[in-house]
Design a protein around this ligand. Structure first.
Ligand code: ADP
Ligand code: MG
Length: 307
């Protein structure tokens, strides 16, 4: 873990290893981040492992030496003030930052043990395994049905398999089964089953976001990344998305950025707190992070003293 880069004018007394913070001449706290605050120990397997991840945009060092294991089949929340690197971090997990020409990435990201940042990784395949849902719902201007069937069709996954041919099922049957399964899994089926051929843009914002989640499910992801997925939605639509995230985490690994701390506390199993400067300051059980954070800066942030 990186050392605090800030100059630290120290007051009189010598510091020891057990000091958790230093006081400047102006009385504010300049705290050293400690490895044990980010070294989250959990039961079960890590789905993704991030080690020593640095991201630069030109000269701007946006993420600094982030190491973090993401447990499978659970919800990991990323919180922190605007500009602290949450979206940057999320985009590293499926190499979406590759699309930003000024971005340079150092470090390691592994998915189920395989290095994501090695030559020859098939990015289309990677982004199927690690899907993404954005802040503003972005359905295709097509029918509800086509929004779901589009990805699998493009990837050739809808071609009727041997079993389906033996059972005499047509491609259209296969497609309709897939559409229904994904819409059910995204808790949208009951609201749209009678209008699958309507344009998706006619749905409400909350329905559009659940459709985008259904679309993400259609290519059988293992990890679902969500960047403030409910921040454009009203409270009722938000509650539906939160319930859905909880259900999804039984089968998928969900990583969600949220600026809403109550939301992080409600829906996540573990929480990672990033603070200004692109540092991961604390990572642990959500209850521990919110009720008893190790870091004073995290406590200040959570209790609303800054950010
Ligand atoms: N595409 C980009 N080009 C240049 N700088 C960027 C880009 N995206 C983000 N940044 C910078 O990286 C830092 C982290 O941004 P971001 O990851 O979007 O933070 P957050 O999601 O926590 O608000 C900010 O200083 C931001 O200005
Ligand atoms: Mg962001």
């Amino acid at each position: 873990m990186s050392e605090n880069q800030n100059p630290q004018p120290q007051t009189g007394t010598a510091t020891t290893d057990s000091d958790q913070s230093l006081t400047t001449t102006t009385g504010e706290t300049v705290e050293q981040t400690r490895d044990e605050w980010t070294n989250y120990e959990f039961q079960g397997e890590a789905k993704m492992t991030v080690e020593d991840l640095d991201v630069y945009y030109g000269d701007d060092h946006a993420l600094k030496g982030v190491s973090m294991e993401i447990p499978e089949k659970s919800v990991t929340a990323l919180i922190g003030p605007s500009g602290c690197g949450k979206s940057t971090y999320l985009r590293c997990l499926n190499r979406m930052n590759d699309r930003i020409s000024s971005a340079r990435i150092d470090g390691s990201v592994r998915l189920g043990g395989e290095e994501v940042y090695q030559d020859g990784v098939n990015l289309v395949e990677l982004r199927k395994r690690v899907g993404m849902v954005f802040q503003s719902p972005n359905p295709f201007p097509k029918s509800i049905r086509e929004n779901i069937a589009y990805g699998p069709k493009k990837h050739g996954d809808l071609d009727t398999g041997l079993l389906a041919r033996l059972l005499n099922r047509s491609d259209a049957d296969e497609r309709d089964r897939l559409v229904e399964r994904c819409l059910r899994d995204a808790a949208l089926w009951d609201e749209v089953s009678d209008r699958l051929d309507d344009n998706a843009l006619g749905l409400s914002g909350g329905q559009q976001q659940r459709l985008c989640i259904a679309r993400c499910l259609s290519v059988d992801p293992e990890v679902i990344l969500m960047d403030e997925p409910a921040s454009a939605l009203d409270p009722i639509a938000t509650a539906k998305i939160e319930d859905l995230i909880d259900d999804l985490s039984e089968e998928y690994t969900v990583v969600i950025v949220t600026h809403n701390m109550q939301q992080a506390a409600r829906i996540s199993d573990q929480t990672a707190v990033f603070l200004t400067g692109g540092e991961l300051v604390e990572y642990g059980d959500t209850d521990q992070v919110f009720e008893n954070p190790h870091s004073e800066r995290v406590e200040d942030y959570i209790t609303g003293k800054f950010g």
